[in-house]
Design a binder for this molecule. Structure first.
Ligand code: G6P
Ligand code: MG
Length: 221
Protein backbone atom coordinates (compact mmCIF):
# COMPACT_ATOMS: atom_id res chain seq x y z
CA UNK A 1 0.00 0.00 0.00
CA UNK A 2 2.83 2.45 0.75
CA UNK A 3 5.23 3.38 -1.99
CA UNK A 4 7.32 6.05 -0.27
CA UNK A 5 8.78 6.84 3.14
CA UNK A 6 9.61 10.50 3.82
CA UNK A 7 11.88 11.38 6.74
CA UNK A 8 12.42 14.57 8.66
CA UNK A 9 16.16 15.01 9.30
CA UNK A 10 16.87 16.86 12.57
CA UNK A 11 15.86 14.58 15.45
CA UNK A 12 14.79 11.68 13.22
CA UNK A 13 17.84 10.60 11.19
CA UNK A 14 20.43 12.28 13.40
CA UNK A 15 20.21 13.97 16.79
CA UNK A 16 20.99 17.48 15.57
CA UNK A 17 17.91 18.75 17.43
CA UNK A 18 20.09 18.92 20.55
CA UNK A 19 22.65 21.07 18.67
CA UNK A 20 19.93 23.51 17.57
CA UNK A 21 18.85 23.73 21.21
CA UNK A 22 22.40 24.37 22.45
CA UNK A 23 23.01 27.10 19.89
CA UNK A 24 19.68 28.86 20.55
CA UNK A 25 20.27 28.62 24.30
CA UNK A 26 23.67 30.24 23.88
CA UNK A 27 22.09 33.08 21.89
CA UNK A 28 19.39 33.57 24.53
CA UNK A 29 22.11 33.69 27.20
CA UNK A 30 23.94 36.45 25.32
CA UNK A 31 20.69 38.37 25.05
CA UNK A 32 20.17 38.00 28.79
CA UNK A 33 17.38 35.48 29.18
CA UNK A 34 17.02 31.76 29.75
CA UNK A 35 15.64 29.39 27.18
CA UNK A 36 13.89 26.26 28.38
CA UNK A 37 13.56 22.88 26.73
CA UNK A 38 9.77 23.24 26.60
CA UNK A 39 10.01 26.51 24.62
CA UNK A 40 12.57 24.80 22.39
CA UNK A 41 9.97 22.17 21.53
CA UNK A 42 8.02 24.84 19.58
CA UNK A 43 11.10 25.62 17.47
CA UNK A 44 11.49 22.08 16.16
CA UNK A 45 10.72 21.83 12.45
CA UNK A 46 10.35 25.61 12.20
CA UNK A 47 12.59 27.68 9.88
CA UNK A 48 15.64 29.55 11.19
CA UNK A 49 14.11 33.04 11.05
CA UNK A 50 10.76 31.94 12.48
CA UNK A 51 12.63 30.13 15.25
CA UNK A 52 14.46 33.35 16.05
CA UNK A 53 11.14 35.21 16.23
CA UNK A 54 9.77 32.63 18.69
CA UNK A 55 12.95 32.75 20.76
CA UNK A 56 12.93 36.57 20.97
CA UNK A 57 9.25 36.59 21.89
CA UNK A 58 9.89 34.07 24.69
CA UNK A 59 12.55 36.45 26.04
CA UNK A 60 10.29 39.49 25.78
CA UNK A 61 12.44 41.14 23.08
CA UNK A 62 10.26 42.89 20.50
CA UNK A 63 12.15 45.88 19.13
CA UNK A 64 14.95 44.60 16.89
CA UNK A 65 15.59 45.73 13.32
CA UNK A 66 15.51 43.22 10.48
CA UNK A 67 19.24 43.68 10.08
CA UNK A 68 19.94 42.85 13.74
CA UNK A 69 17.75 39.75 13.46
CA UNK A 70 19.71 38.56 10.42
CA UNK A 71 22.89 39.07 12.38
CA UNK A 72 21.61 37.09 15.39
CA UNK A 73 20.37 34.24 13.17
CA UNK A 74 23.69 33.94 11.40
CA UNK A 75 25.56 33.99 14.70
CA UNK A 76 23.39 31.11 15.92
CA UNK A 77 24.03 29.29 12.66
CA UNK A 78 27.82 29.65 13.03
CA UNK A 79 27.67 28.07 16.50
CA UNK A 80 25.36 25.37 15.19
CA UNK A 81 27.77 24.59 12.34
CA UNK A 82 30.65 24.28 14.80
CA UNK A 83 28.61 21.58 16.55
CA UNK A 84 27.78 19.92 13.21
CA UNK A 85 31.49 19.68 12.57
CA UNK A 86 31.71 16.95 15.22
CA UNK A 87 29.21 14.69 13.37
CA UNK A 88 30.36 11.32 12.03
CA UNK A 89 28.50 8.35 10.46
CA UNK A 90 28.28 6.90 13.99
CA UNK A 91 25.78 9.65 14.86
CA UNK A 92 23.00 8.25 12.68
CA UNK A 93 20.31 7.31 15.22
CA UNK A 94 19.93 3.62 16.17
CA UNK A 95 17.86 1.52 13.78
CA UNK A 96 17.70 4.18 11.03
CA UNK A 97 20.13 2.73 8.49
CA UNK A 98 18.72 -0.78 8.86
CA UNK A 99 15.16 0.45 8.37
CA UNK A 100 16.14 2.49 5.29
CA UNK A 101 17.92 -0.52 3.83
CA UNK A 102 14.88 -2.72 4.41
CA UNK A 103 12.54 -0.21 2.78
CA UNK A 104 14.77 0.15 -0.26
CA UNK A 105 15.20 -3.60 -0.64
CA UNK A 106 11.38 -3.87 -0.85
CA UNK A 107 11.12 -1.16 -3.51
CA UNK A 108 9.87 1.62 -1.23
CA UNK A 109 11.18 5.04 -2.36
CA UNK A 110 12.82 7.24 0.28
CA UNK A 111 13.20 11.00 0.73
CA UNK A 112 14.23 13.67 3.21
CA UNK A 113 11.81 16.51 4.01
CA UNK A 114 13.59 19.05 6.21
CA UNK A 115 13.25 22.79 6.81
CA UNK A 116 17.01 23.02 7.26
CA UNK A 117 19.35 24.83 4.90
CA UNK A 118 22.13 22.74 6.46
CA UNK A 119 20.51 19.45 5.35
CA UNK A 120 22.99 18.69 2.51
CA UNK A 121 25.94 19.29 4.85
CA UNK A 122 24.49 17.02 7.57
CA UNK A 123 23.64 14.22 5.12
CA UNK A 124 27.17 14.35 3.80
CA UNK A 125 28.81 14.38 7.25
CA UNK A 126 26.97 11.26 8.40
CA UNK A 127 27.32 9.68 4.94
CA UNK A 128 23.67 8.70 4.54
CA UNK A 129 22.73 10.57 1.34
CA UNK A 130 22.99 7.37 -0.80
CA UNK A 131 20.06 5.83 1.11
CA UNK A 132 17.66 8.56 -0.15
CA UNK A 133 16.18 8.90 -3.62
CA UNK A 134 15.40 12.60 -3.12
CA UNK A 135 15.98 15.53 -0.78
CA UNK A 136 13.56 18.43 -0.18
CA UNK A 137 15.02 20.98 2.25
CA UNK A 138 15.24 24.60 3.37
CA UNK A 139 17.16 25.50 0.21
CA UNK A 140 14.36 24.43 -2.12
CA UNK A 141 11.18 25.43 -0.24
CA UNK A 142 9.60 28.77 0.64
CA UNK A 143 7.29 27.92 3.52
CA UNK A 144 8.39 25.97 6.61
CA UNK A 145 6.39 23.36 8.52
CA UNK A 146 3.52 23.25 9.51
CA UNK A 147 3.00 24.25 5.89
CA UNK A 148 2.81 21.01 3.85
CA UNK A 149 5.10 22.34 1.07
CA UNK A 150 8.27 20.38 1.93
CA UNK A 151 6.37 17.07 2.16
CA UNK A 152 4.50 17.69 -1.09
CA UNK A 153 7.77 18.55 -2.79
CA UNK A 154 9.38 15.33 -1.49
CA UNK A 155 6.43 13.30 -2.81
CA UNK A 156 6.65 15.03 -6.19
CA UNK A 157 10.38 14.41 -6.45
CA UNK A 158 9.71 10.71 -5.83
CA UNK A 159 6.74 10.65 -8.20
CA UNK A 160 4.48 9.23 -5.47
CA UNK A 161 1.01 10.54 -4.55
CA UNK A 162 0.55 11.85 -0.95
CA UNK A 163 -1.87 9.07 -0.01
CA UNK A 164 0.90 6.51 -0.71
CA UNK A 165 3.50 8.32 1.43
CA UNK A 166 4.48 7.58 5.04
CA UNK A 167 6.18 10.42 6.99
CA UNK A 168 8.46 10.06 10.03
CA UNK A 169 8.61 13.18 12.23
CA UNK A 170 9.80 14.23 15.71
CA UNK A 171 8.22 17.71 15.76
CA UNK A 172 4.63 18.79 16.30
CA UNK A 173 4.93 21.29 13.41
CA UNK A 174 6.13 18.49 11.14
CA UNK A 175 3.34 16.11 12.14
CA UNK A 176 0.86 18.88 11.32
CA UNK A 177 2.50 19.60 7.95
CA UNK A 178 2.44 15.94 6.95
CA UNK A 179 -1.25 15.65 7.85
CA UNK A 180 -2.00 18.77 5.78
CA UNK A 181 -0.10 17.16 2.90
CA UNK A 182 -2.55 14.25 3.07
CA UNK A 183 0.08 11.74 4.21
CA UNK A 184 0.17 9.18 7.02
CA UNK A 185 2.56 10.15 9.80
CA UNK A 186 4.53 8.27 12.43
CA UNK A 187 5.73 10.38 15.38
CA UNK A 188 9.21 9.59 16.72
CA UNK A 189 9.59 10.45 20.41
CA UNK A 190 7.20 11.67 23.06
CA UNK A 191 3.66 10.54 22.22
CA UNK A 192 2.10 13.30 24.29
CA UNK A 193 3.84 15.99 22.22
CA UNK A 194 2.99 14.30 18.94
CA UNK A 195 -0.61 13.46 19.71
CA UNK A 196 -1.81 14.25 16.17
CA UNK A 197 0.41 11.56 14.59
CA UNK A 198 -1.37 8.42 13.38
CA UNK A 199 1.07 6.40 15.45
CA UNK A 200 4.04 7.17 17.73
CA UNK A 201 7.17 5.10 18.41
CA UNK A 202 10.03 5.84 20.79
CA UNK A 203 12.74 5.13 18.20
CA UNK A 204 13.42 3.15 15.03
CA UNK A 205 14.81 0.36 17.19
CA UNK A 206 11.22 -0.22 18.21
CA UNK A 207 10.01 -0.97 14.67
CA UNK A 208 8.82 -4.56 14.96
CA UNK A 209 8.14 -6.78 11.95
CA UNK A 210 4.47 -6.71 12.93
CA UNK A 211 4.47 -2.91 12.59
CA UNK A 212 6.13 -3.10 9.21
CA UNK A 213 3.61 -5.62 7.98
CA UNK A 214 0.43 -4.12 9.36
CA UNK A 215 1.17 -0.43 8.76
CA UNK A 216 3.48 -0.34 5.78
CA UNK A 217 2.62 -3.65 4.17
CA UNK A 218 6.20 -4.90 4.40
CA UNK A 219 7.37 -8.23 5.65
CA UNK A 220 10.16 -7.36 8.08
CA UNK A 221 12.21 -10.58 8.04
C1 G6P B 1 14.78 21.91 11.14
C2 G6P B 1 14.91 21.97 12.65
C3 G6P B 1 14.67 23.37 13.16
C4 G6P B 1 15.54 24.37 12.39
C5 G6P B 1 15.22 24.30 10.91
C6 G6P B 1 16.08 25.25 10.08
O1 G6P B 1 13.44 21.88 10.79
O2 G6P B 1 14.00 21.09 13.27
O3 G6P B 1 14.99 23.39 14.53
O4 G6P B 1 15.34 25.67 12.86
O5 G6P B 1 15.42 22.98 10.47
O6 G6P B 1 17.40 24.78 10.12
P1 G6P B 1 18.66 25.58 9.59
O7 G6P B 1 19.76 24.55 9.62
O8 G6P B 1 18.34 26.02 8.19
O9 G6P B 1 18.89 26.72 10.51
MG1 MG C 1 12.87 17.28 13.42
Amino acid sequence: PFEAAIFDLDGVIVDTAKFHYQAWKRLAGELGFDFSESTNEQLKGVSRMESLELLLRSGGITDLTAERKEELASRKNEWYKELLDTLTPGDVLPGVSGFLGLLRSRGVRTAIASASKNAPLILEKVNIRPLFDAVADGNTIGRAKPDPEVFLQAGRLLGVAPAACFVFEDAAAGVEGAIRAGMRVVGIGDGALLARAHLTIASFEQLEPVFLLSHIGLNGD
